[in-house]
Every structure is written in structure tokens, then in C-alpha cells.
Design a protein. Sequence first.
Length: 755
Amino acid sequence: MQLMSWPLARLGSRFGFFFEPYHRRVLHSALGRFLDRPMDLMVGLIEPDGTERVMPFTQRGTLLYNLEQFERFNSITFRGFSEKYRLRFELNVHSVFYPENEQLCLMPAIYFEMRVSAAPSVRAIEPAGPTPSRVRLFFRVDRPETAITATTQDGARIDLTYRNSLQPRHDATVPPKASENSVEVRERIVSLSSSGECAVDADGKGLSLELPVSEVGSGIKWRLVWGAFCGDNVIEVTEGSSTRSAKFKYHEYWNNLDEMMRDAIDTRDERLALSRRVEKIIEQAPLRNAERHLVNQSFQSFIANTFWCTFASAEKKSGTALRRGEVAATDWFSVWEGSKFRHSTLDVEYNATPFYLSFWPRLLERQFSQWARFAKPHAASGGVYLPHDIGRDLRITGQTYHHDMPVEETANFLLMMQAYVHVTGNRDTITKHADLLHNLASYLLWTDRTGSGFPTEGVANTLVDAGPAAHEGTSQTYLAIKRLAALNASAELLSQVGRDEIAGRCEDAARDGATKVDSASWLGEHYAVCATPRADRSGLDSWDADADTELIQPAEFQGSDAYSIHTANGLLLPMITAQPLLFDSQRLLTDLTSALRETITPYGCSHTSADPDTIWISQNLWRDHVARYLGIHNLAWSPNYWDLQVMSNTHEQSMGYCETYISRNLNFYPRGVTSLGFLWSYPRLVIDRLAAGGARISVEPDRHYSQRWPLLPLADWAAGKIPVCVVDAAGRVTIEGEVDPIIVRGNAAASDVIG
């Protein structure tokens, strides 16, 4: 693959690298992206004539020839050639990940490997001399305001010490101010070759090692472990008059850098084996290249935004995990909204649901409790609604966004909770939040002030770069359908804890509202963006959501009857948990295909046909997942989405996962992890562990080609059992490694009823 900027990170521990080959540097720190500084990473080989050939992460040396990169789910390999001596040099960087293995994932260490092998020919270039049998490799670092010392005493290693600013900034090249809060950081790079083989470079900031030139795919590797450790508090959580500080959760396992590095080295092979198994099982899925790239890139961008901390009162753990998937009450887990620096933005986490349900549901459950702490009372309804976010930068203080999005964020929360409890079967979550669910439902019921089925209050949503009809209309079809799905979820959840009166009201409102919304919005081949062209701005600030220079002007609702890709946005999570659809599936399909036709651009579909260039990749992916559950198999727009990522991460641009096109600047964003929904929507996996009569799990893949789909939400990660949905060349569907009974829809069941 062509060179492009690429992140590699740790879950919850923030330590990571952002490789920027076109800028010939790496952005790096123990606290991750936007709290990092540019680093010169000089990695490469010395040719027989003394020329230093390097990977594109340093301003020094001569670049290797034909530079490429090859990424996987947890790792990336950079490759280049010495064309003069027919050598191939590879650098592999691996950030281990294994679901529900807390200690493995939290460890703030990343594994490096280098290898040099013979290349029989390099584009028919005449060599300057014979291929050598041995070559010296080097690994050197330079970083501003950092003490760096390399040594071979008591093992070959490089030590780094610096202060890490706690003030996020978009431009890592801008030095932090002396007045900024900062924490002390220690890092260490340890060579796993014996100290006698390594040599310290003249400037004392690097190591070198001579290796034999081996055959491709074999031979000796230079293995290194790079770890970081921050012993100070990094997050502040304020509730009322009380403020608590939290450290990274890895403190529960290791007291200092020495302990952590010893563990990272001792367990290296075991942890790499587990992490590579995750990579291998995902690579079995027959994703298109663009889809695979999106999954790999967006996963790393997502985990790079995660904070997993523990409050100072937390006791040190014994080193064994809690019960499967459990998160301690003293934990804090939140996700930065990329370049916006906001924590646990509800509409972003809504799109990240496929990650949680596939790998680590309890991390979502943890956030339910955190959002609940910042619920906002609403006197008129007697209920509450939920905030857009819960803090910004490294301070959790409640919502920092310019205005509320009450209907949307409340609906997002309810739909996520319903999906969580049906996928996990964990009814305790409903009981724990019963009062909150009651109050959220009360608010959603109140928001339809006209009895039309549409919310008419609290209607501003997250589509801030769309026109007024799609962003704040009082009769948005998208928001109406999401609200009705959330009311249906409220009815089902509340009935399970004996709140029958309000559950009945929610059920009636959802059923009756669906009929009204369908009648008012259906235009023959698509649903209108907005059934009534007017806005309610009472809940908005006088300023546009993200611009401090333009007053919001009175709306002119052109485009109310436009085509929109968001119509069924609120229905995906009910689909994957076998909940009632509320709306006619054929109309939803017709609307979806019509909107796709009218909104497609080179990088994906815009919000509506009236809003060109307002492209959000996660919303395109979400729409595609809905389409597959509705029965469409042959969507082929993922190359468009990947083209935006390539454009956004080559030459002068270096944005990580980029959510939007030119209208907004949502970069290094977590929302793209909705791409993991491919592993749900292609096999059309449906999980309902609370179904009447017992858990009901089913798949219904396309049978027209051979496939292997790992069913990640059904995995027993502790036992290493991951079931796989297999479609053979004859269209037969079987389940390998079945953990739970799975119905293959389209196969005749024992009762002769189609499953």
C-alpha cells in the first residue's frame, strides 16, 4: 500500500505513535495524540559503502527505495529497499490487543521488530555491489525537551525522560508553554538482543546491531520493546462541589516503568500470540480491501482516543482480572472526540456501538453510569434528558458543547442500552438505571407537543453542517424515527422492571407515532427530510455549534423534501437485536436506494441531496449496515470512503481517520469504528439473549460466494473460542466452533418453519 499517515495506540493508556511519512517524523508521547510532540525516529540500515538508508520518519539519512506500508488490525509493517545492494528492510510495529484481557490491553508498551533479507532484483536496477551477508541496523530517537540516554550496561536500552503537557493542541509542533500543567514521563526502549551485540551510537541517543541477511520471511530479527509510564494524575472529574483525580488504570498492575517493562518483556511471546490471533480471525472475513483498511485504521484511531483511568482510592489489584468483562466501580472510561477533545460524546459513542458489542460490552456499560451522572432535569416534563458530552480536554465537568441535543442524545442512550442488554443478557443494567429510564422516557414522551409523532421540542441534532431542515427542523423524519425507536426501547426495558404504566404509554406513542410520521413524510419514493418547514431555535445558542464568528440567521427551509441518508439511522441497533422495526421495510429500502442515488459523491453520500459536500463517513457506513439488514448485499461504496482517508493522509495532510470532507474538520476521530459493523451486517447477525423462551441468535449471509465471518460478539475470549459463520461454494451455511446455538435463517428448521 502507498505511504500514508497511520496511528498505532494502546487501549485506555494513550501511549502511541502517529507515523507521518510525508513529514518525515513521528508524533509521539505517553499521553497520545494532541498531547504529543514531533519525534525524529531514525530506523534503517548501513549499506556496505557507509550510506545510511532510513525509513521516512527522520530528517536525516537517505530514504530507502520503494517505501511501502502494510497494516493489520493491531500492527503495521513498513518496507523499503536498498536498490544498490539488493536488500529488503522491514520494520514491524505491534500494539497488542485481545478482548476482555485487561492487563494485556492496558500495558503501555509496544513491540518493534526489524529484519533485513536479500532481494533477488529491485526493478532491474543495476546493483553497485554484491548483496552483503551481514548488515548493521540502527534505531535512534530525538525529541524536543527530552533527556535521551542510550547504554549497553545491564542490557542495551534507550531511556527517555520529559514533561508531558496536559493541554491538548492541534499542532504538535507548537511547544507547550511553561505555565501549562504537565506530568512527568519516563520511557524506555529495550533491545532483546544480548547487550554484547549492540553498540551505542556516537550521540548517545541510539543503538545499532549487526544482523545476518536472511531469506525473505525467515531469519533473525532485531526485537525491541518500547514502553512508557506516567505516575501522575491525568484526569479530573467534577460532580457538584466534588472533584476527584484519576491516574491511568495501568497503575493497578505496575508501580513503575521497571515493573511494567519487565512484564512486557517476559510475556512478549504470549501476548503477541493472542494479539495475532485476533488479527488472523478478522483477516478471515472476506472484506474488500477498502473495507479492511477502514476497519484497521478506524480501530486504531478509536483506541487512541480512549482513557481508562482509576481514581486515587482504587486498591492495587492482584494481577488477575475481574469476572469476565467486568469494570471496577472505581474506574473511569471515556473516549475523546478526536480533534474536538470532548469526552464520551453520546452521538459518537452511538456509532461506536459495534466495537463495544463485538469486543468489550462492559466498557459501554461503564459509560451508561457516567452519562447518568450528568443527566439534566427537565421541569416541564418531570423527566430528564442527557448531555451531548461530559467534558473537554482532561476535565470532566459536564457538557461543554454549545447547545443541547436533547431528543437525539437521549434516544441514542436508550437505543444503546437496549442493544447492550439484549446482546449480553445483562438485566441488572436495567434495574440499576430503572429510575433514569423512567425519567428519560417521560422527557421523550413530552417532546411531541402537537401529537403529530414528530418531536417539536429539543430537536437540534449533531448534523451541524447540514441545512436548517436536517439540523434543527421541528418535524425531522430522521429524528422522529429515532425517537420512536427509542420510545419502543423504553417500553420494552421498563416493562422488564415492572414500570408497566409508562411502558404502555411509550409503546402506544411509538406505534401511533410511526403511522403518523410515515403518512406525513412519505413522498412516493423517499421520506422527506423534514415534514414541516420551520425550526424551533429556543434550545440553541445564538452561535453556530462550532463557529464563533457567525450568528445563526433565520432559517429558510429549502430542501425539506430532499433525499436523506439518515432516515433509518435509529433502526440499526433494534435490527441487530430482533426488535420491532415500526416502519415498512420495503419503504425503508426504497428510501435508502433513492437517497443513495441522489446524494452520492466521490467520497460517499452527503447528508441530504440539498447539502453537497457534507459527507460523514461513519454515517455512510451506518447506512450501509442498515441496507444489508434490509436485504441489500451488493453495496460497493467503501472505496469512496477509503479514498477520503487516503486523500486526508498523504502529502501535506495528516489527519488520521478523517470523518468529514471539506465542510468540517473532524480528524483523528473515533467515530469510524462503526466499520466493525461489517462483521455484523454481512452475515446479518442478530442476537437477542432476552427473547421469550430463551436466547435467540441467528445469521443470514449472502449465499452467492464462499465466506468465513467471525462472529465476534459470540466469542468466549477467555477460552479462545470464536465461532465462525461459513458459507461454502454450494451456498451451504454452517457454524464452526459454535458456542451458542445459532439459527441459520433460510434453512428449514426441525418444525418445517423457515428460521
